[in-house]
Write a protein that binds this ligand. Structure first.
Ligand code: ADP
Ligand code: MG
Length: 391
């Protein structure tokens, strides 16, 4: 049974009627531009054809009753006491309940109408794997309240409201990329986003390629402290380089030529970190004309270079991610492979010829298992449209 049928059946069972509508909001994967978002750089994610689906109707009051089918858990919260982060029975909201209630909080902060809803949701975006299941939940609820409230906001605006929910209500310090990709996705396209201006454009991805995502199933344990540490190194690089390049505000403003001229002023480790950022921003910029030329081979090479840079300069890979990527590099039909997301575990992203994708996926899983003893998950994906109502 497909996911939509599952949530609709479950909605009928729980609420005794059909839902009024169903919303779909995708997860995302980033193809190029890693760790550059907090340096005002450019990223190149795609929404994927794995999504959170939400069946919904107005509750007729200020109360929302939400069933998370994947967890077999339900919670209820009231529009008038969102700030407390407590259920209508005065218990702390469960962790997963903070995403829907946080979205409602963020919309209400914006003075948007968000009537109570009865809802059931489920997802085939694996949680905690770096594919932004959390943003897909937020965007699904955002679109549902847009429909129930009878207002409209453009997808980028919705993404910002989702980011605010995650930053200020859930308490996760994420950038805009996750919600942006889930909200603004375009089928068969990558999304080129300027993280400073938030200008973006959709870049066609050749139809003959698939995006294969491979989950190492290694928990991203070091990710938190290493992330803060990398951010600090980038700030230190800007601070020192500003003495020589007074116009810069972020590493985004440093050209590779200027960097090479002044890099010797930086401590060795800081230089490595900054070099990754500056070169990866350059790679992501280059990718747009390369894709316009339909040169998927060169694009794949940029992905491979990105991995090597993340491994050797930014040092956020781990043996399992390297094993997955190195296995992919040996397989027929693979244009490019690299770790995606913050690193230290989670997923790799691979660009693979459509006609090789089944064999590739099988051999990648087998090769990874042989090298690490671990069983991976492999998802064959395509770039998909952003969040919206389903027909
Ligand atoms: P990700 O990289 O997948 O976004 P996060 O840690 O940011 O990882 O978000 C995962 C959290 O989002 C889960 O722990 C849960 O609270 C919530 N979530 C994601 N998917 C679901 C789902 N299908 N049902 C309920 N909660 C979900
Ligand atoms: Mg998340």
């Amino acid at each position: 049974m497909d996911l939509r049928q599952k949530i609709v059946n479950s909605f009928r069972k729980r609420f005794g009627a059909d839902p009024e509508f169903v919303v779909r909001a995708p997860g995302r994967v980033n193809l190029l531009g890693e760790h550059v978002d907090y340096n005002d750089g450019f990223v190149l994610p795609a929404a994927i054809d794995r999504a959170t689906l939400l069946a919904c109707r107005p509750s007729g009051s200020s109360l929302s009753s939400i069933l998370a089918l994947d967890l077999g858990a339900e919670t209820s919260f009231d529009l008038n006491s969102l700030q407390n982060k407590r259920t209508n029975r005065d218990m702390p909201l469960p962790g997963w309940g903070l995403y829907p209630s946080g979205m409602q909080w963020s919309l209400a902060e914006e003075k948007l109408k968000t009537p109570g809803m009865d809802a059931v949701f489920a997802s085939d975006v694996p949680p905690g794997a770096g594919l932004s299941s959390s943003a897909s939940v937020e965007m699904a609820f955002g679109v549902a309240w847009e429909k129930l409230g009878g207002w409209t906001r453009n997808p980028m605006h919705m993404a910002k409201l989702g980011q605010r929910a995650e930053n200020r209500y859930v308490g996760v310090n994420c950038g805009i990329m996750d919600q942006f990709a889930s909200a603004c996705g375009v089928k068969d396209h990558l999304l080129f986003l300027d993280c400073r201006s938030l200008d973006w454009q959709a870049v066609p991805l050749p139809r003959q390629v698939a995006i294969v995502i491979a989950n190492t199933n290694v928990h991203r344990s070091l990710a938190g402290s290493a992330y803060n540490d990398r951010r600090a190194a980038c700030e230190q690089a800007v601070h020192i380089l500003r003495e020589y390049l007074p116009a810069i505000h972020a590493l985004r403003d440093v050209s590779p030529e200027d960097f090479n001229r002044h890099a010797h002023h930086l401590p060795e480790l800081v230089e490595k970190r900054a070099r990754h950022i500056i070169e990866d921003i350059q790679r992501t910029r280059l990718a747009v004309p390369i894709l316009a030329d339909n040169d998927i081979g060169r694009f794949g090479t940029l992905m491979n270079e990105c991995h090597i840079s993340l491994r050797d300069l930014y040092q956020v890979s781990c043996p399992e991610l390297d094993a997955m990527v190195e296995t992919a590099w040996t397989l027929p039909g693979c244009y490019g492979a690299r770790l995606t997301g913050a690193g230290f575990g989670g997923c790799t992203v691979n660009l693979v010829a459509q006609d090789a994708v089944v064999t590739f996926s099988r051999e990648l899983a087998q090769g990874y298992k042989r090298r690490t003893g671990l069983k991976p998950e492999v998802y064959i994906c395509h770039a998909a449209d952003g969040a919206g109502l389903m027909d």
